[in-house]
Design a protein around this ligand. Sequence first.
Ligand code: CA
Length: 235
Amino acid sequence: MNKFQILVVEDDPPIRNLIATTLKTHDYKYLLARNGEEAILQASSHNPDVVFLDLGLPDIDGVEIIKRIREWSNMPIIVISARSEDEDKIEALDAGADDYLTKPFSVEELFARLRVMQRRITLLKADSEMNESAVYVNGELRIDLAAGCAYKGNEELKLTPIEYKLLCLLAQNTGKVLTHKYITQKIWGSAWDTNIASLRVFMATLRKKLEDDKVSYIQTHVGIGYRMLKVDAKE
Ligand code: CA
């Protein structure tokens, strides 16, 4: 029995039923909401582990729902949207969504995203339990936050201060897509286009130091941002 509870917010009955049936098949617990009012009510009264949120709802805009939930909860929100425009995804991510999927999507893809969120939740729980250790571990990557050093295996990564800050920011948000605007604001305190151009350069040099042919930690979302992935530990 899967202990995770998913809230499915979708006004389109066939899609809602498809997701519900698949969740049932995989033994997930789930709640259904057909509009924004129901979504907020279900989210606040049941505190689900993950929310699948359709952005285009009849009563309240999906982005508004994200903002309202974020006033009191960090529950992972995966946006499912028919809008293929990058601006909508960016708006949803900046409002606090964790990931996005564009319709039409495959159920396999949705479940792959769900598993990423489950790993993120497990990681966050482990993090809060070992809060004092201040060491982040992801596969061969280890960040000693107290000492301000990062290692890959036994070798220290020779990072510039900005590369290190970037790495920490991504690590702290493992599993979550961070937009260019969010990252540049955190690193440089502003989100000018020149900062976004610099971000690409720093990200490229960071990845060169961190990654090799075998392992990829950072996922690029073209036109949107970046995400640190949870890498499975070796052996
Ligand atoms: Ca809809």
